[in-house]
Design a protein around this ligand. Structure first.
Ligand SMILES: Nc1ncnc2c1ncn2[C@@H]1O[C@H](COP(=O)(O)OP(=O)(O)OP(=O)(O)O)[C@@H](O)[C@H]1O
Length: 934
């Protein structure tokens, strides 16, 4: 197993020993950022591509302006290397100083960043070669120190970490060490003999790396490669004390950012490209946040393996040099601009490098023991002349030993003190987090009613329930929440089942819309009203200390089947009710019925007043309901006889009652009941019954819809809990990373943009239904109330992607059949979904709209499958947010989200994440827990 970046134990840190050449004090310094421009390559020359950049001086680059006008944008760095510069020059001015720091105990990282084909590998090869030469020259010329060099190398391919010195070891796990940072488990480390040996091993790593051909580079690196040299050197000081310096030098060759449209990649290359882009996006976000000086805010190191492994090099204990590589060609100007923006942010990032020094107790004791043994042996020697001299010597040595022991004691005392201070700080940090303000949402999961203050669980808080950081949450608190959820699940199940029983009995048999049906429905409605129970959740849930989180979640999952079957039942009932509504004659759209639709009636069965309402997701549906009631209350009474009569009927529900009301109204006011022919009255009565029945059915339907929402909410809460439990249980929980659990202070808007980009990328990687993507995209647009949805979506997708990536790269023997089948079935489901949408292109879009889209999306003017070609292009470039927006708009049109001119409503968004067109084959969230054997 290989350690992460070496760091000095707190007690052992010494600042800048004078004996160490080149060592510096513990201090902040900016990253060294340079830009290297390669010459136009053959491909670019063949296409007569133009040079798009000018070098004003050796630090500044500007976009070339053909008209010689003054340009407003210029980019300045520590150094800009023109195409004429050699690799040796790049090394000397862009990497040497930083990389040789590792010889003196300072961690160092050199990495190349840039678009695919811009020259990263070329540059890093040159640097590595120069580094090897200089390191061995230094070692040769530093005879007072002993050096030990070790090499390890890894690549991150499709978010999987692979050992380049031993590919057979399979995917490697990462875990966090409080002192050493992120550790790559079981990574091979080879001790280096000499420079030849080192070159040989690096050659092996290069040969092992994933390389593939794309339109922009014949030998494109499809993975991020990190070669890590760990350099340990020891020096013996006057007192015989042994000091060790230990540092690592990371030589990082990133895979290049790429646009699918430019690299023309499909299949495997496309998937690789998505992973590459995603991790580079995280790297960019990390750099951007660090550059904004928000080191105490949440920096999303954990969002990609690349940033996790390089965490200490990005704003931590390391010196870092970044060489941004670019093509000068006009055809790449956009990508190059992105690279330069990245470089501009990187310039602002500050690292705090320190000398990692270890004063070795063990070695010291060993040395002392050796010395004592030698002296004792001399003392016992029979030579009388040397005896007194030896005695003196021994006394002298003993004095030194006592001195050293004292020093050791002092060192240990300092170490213990530092450790206890650290411990105290951690505790304080935790307490602060638990008691802290509530507006921070990232890493905090809760459900109801938007942001709620987090309070201590024992204080019996109501709503803070799940809204605690998973990394700081007490397992007992989680169990408590699980129990509460179970209770709600049971109560809801009982209520819904009773209501459904009644509905099932009656609804199916009365779909004719006759007077009988109206009566039955009215009866039904009142019965349903009765079965509603005000389910207040008991707070008196006792959780034993011995309760086990995993067992709790398994139990909850088992019970989940009840809720799932309830969901199915609700679905069926809703269908029956829909049929019932449809069964009414289409005369519904008469002017009369239209007019009564506007000023809605107070319904006899109002869910808004339900005791359960506070527990419901506040859906647009229920909001509307309230507005309707409000409208009604403020409405001036209708003078229209029929309308007021209808109101009464709707209120009284049954035809008999309707008659009574009508008669009593008439007689009370002393107004003669208008005499009309019998046939007219019967017709009118029938229409009134029908309207009343319809209204009641709508009430029932709303009730069922709200039941569904409540069920969905429970599922959702369950998944939140599962997420929290998973995070709590995994070794990767950032308990030792206070930095990561820190509350974000950046604005929600920026967080939202970041999260949205990541979600889009993850949807792409996990082959999530494009209808789901569209719904989610259109529904969550950055409102503060969206925070929780965004967070949960991100967490779920991150889990899913990580596990799919790990499983996808594991050997079949490791996998078993299930997960692989699931991945392929979700790809299949996505394909089916596209076919389904393609069919709707003709019906949902006008000829004109279709033709415009074909032109815009570059669909050939002739061909059989133009509709499918169009749909196949939707949601394919997660990197381009314009593409994403346009894709969402088109899918929304095809599915009819925007039909009424309104935005998609939350009730359309299914929290169980099933694809509407193929519920069976889409890989839903349940799979996550299946994968984890929960
Ligand atoms: N400064 C340079 N001078 C001459 N040739 C160069 C230079 N930089 C790159 N090249 C050539 O350009 C091609 C692409 O370079 P390289 O493979 O290093 O790109 P890359 O950025 O690592 O691409 P990818 O991200 O796809 O791996 C190679 O053939 C390389 O030899």
């Amino acid at each position: 197993m290989m350690a992460g970046t070496p760091s000095t134990p707190l007690s052992k840190i010494q600042r800048t020993p004078s004996s160490t050449p080149g060592a510096t004090r513990d201090r902040e310094e900016k990253m060294l950022v340079t830009v290297r421009v390669r010459p136009l390559n053959r491909r670019e020359q063949a296409l007569y591509d133009l040079i798009a950049w000018d070098f004003i001086n050796d630090r500044t680059i500007v976009p070339r302006n053909p008209n010689n006008e003054r340009t407003s944008t210029s980019y300045t760095f520590d150094k800009v290397f023109s195409p004429a510069c050699t690799s040796h020059e790049v090394y000397s001015e862009g990497a040497k100083h930083v990389s040789l720091s590792a010889l003196t105990g300072i961690n160092a990282t050199i990495f190349a960043y840039g678009q695919t084909g811009s020259g990263k590998t070329y540059t890093m090869r040159g640097i590595t070669e120069n580094v090897i030469r200089d390191i061995f020259d230094y070692i040769k010329s530093t005879s007072d120190r002993d050096f030990v060099l070790k090499l390890s190398a890894l690549e991150i391919y499709n978010e999987t970490v692979v050992d380049l010195l031993n590919r057979d070891s399979g995917p490697l796990r990462l875990w966090d060490d409080p002192e050493k940072g992120t550790i790559v488990e079981k990574l091979n480390e080879e001790v280096i003999g000499d420079s030849q040996h080192l070159r040989h091993l690096i050659g092996i790593c290069e040969a092992q790396r994933q390389v593939g051909e794309t339109a922009l580079n014949d030998k494109s690196s499809r993975s991020h490669q990190i070669i890590r040299l760990t350099i340990e050197s020891t020096v013996r000081e006057n007192l015989g004390r042994v000091k060790s310096f230990i540092a690592s030098l990371n030589l990082v060759d990133l895979a290049g950012s790429e646009r699918a449209s430019q690299t023309n990649v499909v299949g495997t290359r496309l998937v690789e490209g998505s992973h590459i882009n995603r991790s580079l996006l995280t790297l960019t976000t990390v750099i951007r946040k660090l550059s904004a000086g928000k080191r105490n805010s949440h920096i999303p190191y954990r969002d990609s393996k690349l940033t996790r492994i390089l965490q200490s090099s990005l704003g931590g204990n390391a010196r870092t040099a970044i060489i941004c590589t670019m093509s000068p060609a006009l055809s790449h100007v956009e990508q190059t601009r992105n690279t330069l923006l990245f470089a501009t942010s990187a310039k602002e990032v500050t690292n705090t490098a320190r000398v990692n020094m270890v004063v070795s107790d063990k070695r010291l004791v060993k040395e002392l023991q050796k010395e004592v043994a030698r002296l004792e042996a001399e003392l016992h020697s029979p030579d009388p002349f040397s005896s007194s001299c030896l005695k003196n010597l021994l006394e002298e040595k003993e004095l030194k030993i006592r001195q050293m022991e004292k020093e050791m004691k002092e060192l240990k005392r300092q170490r213990d003190l530092a450790q206890s201070q650290l411990e105290l700080e951690r505790k304080t940090h935790k307490v602060l987090k638990q008691d802290g303000p509530s507006s921070h949402v990232v890493k905090c999961l809760s459900f109801p009613n938007g942001p709620v203050p987090v309070k201590n669980l024992s204080a019996g808080r109501e709503n803070s329930s799940l809204r605690q950081s998973a990394t700081s949450i007490d397992p007992l608190a989680l169990i408590h929440e699980i129990r509460k959820l179970e209770l709600r699940q049971r109560q809801l199940g009982e209520e819904a089942n009773r209501a459904l029983e009644v509905l099932h009995k009656e609804v199916a048999s009365h779909i004719s819309g006759s007077q009988d049906a109206a009566e039955t429905i009215a009866k039904l409605l009142s019965e349903i009203k009765e079965v509603q129970v005000a389910s207040s959740v008991s707070e008196e849930i006792v959780v034993r200390d011995t309760a086990n989180l995993k067992d709790e979640i398994s139990r909850l999952n088992m019970q989940g089947t009840t809720i799932e079957s309830l969901e199915r039942k609700l679905e069926n009932v809703q269908k029956s009710i829909d049929m019932l509504v449809l069964s009414f004659p289409s005369g519904e759209e008469t002017s009369e019925s239209k007019s009564h639709q506007k000023p809605k009636k107070i319904l006899p069965f109002s869910l808004s007043n339900s005791g359960n309402m506070p527990n419901l997701i506040r859906s647009p549906c229920s909001t509307k309901w309230k507005v309707i009631e409000h409208d009604q209350e403020n409405r001036t009474p209708e003078i229209n006889d029929a309308a007021s009569l209808e109101n009464s009927v709707a209120n009284q529900v049954t035809p008999q009652k309707c008659n009574e009301v009508r008669n009593s109204n008439a007689s009370r006011e002393g107004t003669p009941v208008p005499r009309k022919s019998n046939s007219v009255n019967v017709k009118k009565m029938q229409r009134l019954f029908k309207n009343a029945a319809e209204e009641n059915i709508r009430s029932i339907r709303t009730y069922v819809t709200e039941l569904k929402e409540r069920v969905a909410k429970l599922q959702y809460q369950k998944q939140l809990l599962v997420c929290q439990v998973l995070e709590l249980e995994t070794n990767e929980a950032p308990a030792n990373n206070p930095d990561e659990t820190a509350h974000p202070s950046m604005s929600w808007d920026l967080v939202f943009q970041d999260q949205r980009k990541q979600i889009v990328m993850l949807w792409h990687l996990c082959h999530v239904s494009i209808i789901h993507r569209t719904q989610f995209y259109l529904l969550f647009k950055g409102d503060t109330a969206d925070q929780i949805y965004m967070e949960v979506e991100l967490r779920r997708l991150t889990w899913l992607e990580q596990h799919l990536a790990e499983l996808g790269n594991a050997s079949p023997a490791l996998l078993g059949d299930e997960p692989a089948v699931s991945v392929s079935s979700s790809i299949k489901a996505l394909k089916q979904e596209r076919e389904y949408l393609a069919k709707r292109v003709s019906t949902r879009l006008t000829n004109e709209e279709r033709e415009m889209l074909y032109v815009k999306w570059e669909i050939p003017p002739v061909g059989k499958q133009r509709r499918l070609q169009l749909v196949n292009k939707l949601w394919t470039d997660p990197y381009d947010m314009d593409h994403v927006r346009e894709s969402a708009e088109i899918v929304a049109k095809l599915v009819g989200f925007c039909e009424s001119g309104e935005h998609v409503s939350r009730e359309m968004f299914e929290l169980n994440f099933k694809s509407p067109c193929d519920k069976k084959s889409w890989m839903g969230w349940n799979l996550i827990s299946n994968l984890l054997h929960l």
